[in-house]
Design a binder for this molecule. Sequence first.
Ligand SMILES: Cc1cc2nc3c(=O)[nH]c(=O)nc-3n(C[C@H](O)[C@H](O)[C@H](O)COP(=O)(O)O)c2cc1C
Length: 398
Amino acid sequence: MRMREVKNGIYWVGAIDWNMRDFHGYDTPKGTSYNAYLIVDEKVALVDTVKEGFSEEMFMNVSRLVEPERIDYVIINHLEKDHSGSIEEVMERTKGARIYCSTRAKPGLVDKYGERWPIVVVNTGDTLQLGKKTLRFIETPMVHWPDSMFTYVEEDRVLLPNDAFGQHIATSQRFEDEVRANIMYDARAYYANILMPLSSIISETLKKLPSLGIAPEIIAPSHGLIWRKGPERIIRAYEEWSQFKARGEAVIAYSSMWGLTDEMARLIAFGVMEEGVDVRVYDLGVSTLSSIMTDVLEAKAVIVGSSTQNNMMLHRTAEFMAYLKGLRPKNKIGAAFGAYGWAGGAVKEIDEGLKAIGLETVEPLSLNHIMTTLSHEDKKRCVEFGRGIARKVKEALK
Ligand SMILES: Cc1cc2nc3c(=O)[nH]c(=O)nc-3n(C[C@H](O)[C@H](O)[C@H](O)COP(=O)(O)O)c2cc1C
């Protein structure tokens, strides 16, 4: 059996969802885990539960340590169903345990379950003594929902931040230093697709933590692996992501019916590379939005393309634009391109969309072709379009 002790009497007792592939619309090719933690002292606290349907695994983990009846406190850091979904079973198996949650979480619990259990509402700075260990609560509204809070085990300097610092990855290992996978990629994918729109709040929350005496040695999130060796790595990454610190990279995402916009995309990429700037090219017909956004998070330029169909951009580009808008990226250069047959429309739509999102746009590139291939002159325009964007990227990062 793999070691599950996070530190001195703090144990992982969650469940692994090996086959989760779509997490509220976000692509999770590696599955995920629902991390619950048991803190065993004179009193026993369970921090978070697991998604409904996964409680058996959680109870098996708990039972290896203590009888579930011994749980005195159930801490609900976050109401979302993947964490509070087993609370009813937990409360049925404990003997009069008390629930601890934030002010904003209580109405949600009462709404769903009624006033069946004693609920203690906590605010930032409130503590709960388990014996030798002290749990401190920090409200973190909108990291990731209004009710979200962190729990900190003071004596062990273990932070249980629920949905912050997570990754969607299902593994038999529990600690980030035990896996060979590039865990920072998974953490970035998670941040990009779930937390990006909350960046300014995350940045403020991170700044506040030291003044609240939170200096974690271990960060144990509610999904994926536990940051045991040097949690500074993930904290630093969150600081950079939440401030939209970009790398000198460009992302091209496009859709095409008959290949002209596809050819434009490759020529634009050629131009970007010629200027020495890295680029990733995604045909929206064969790429997932989640993987593209993972690169968009750190890219300086987002170049979006579509040919015109029925006066509009193609539906895959429209879907990309809608997803991008919701994630509210900041501090990026935007560019639109595409081919059209007669009156066009797609490129203008994309350009306006990028402006509305708040990207600093360059003059778009729209080429008029019905059946013909790109002329030599048009090919040169595409390459030059890419080079111009790359020069702007380099200028912005000087
Ligand atoms: C079903 C269909 C609808 C189209 N509708 C328009 C249109 O409304 N306006 C326009 O300018 N071109 C329209 N076109 C022409 C394409 O935009 C044009 O052929 C373009 O070069 C295709 O680029 P692609 O190969 O990247 O798809 C349409 C083409 C198709 C196949």
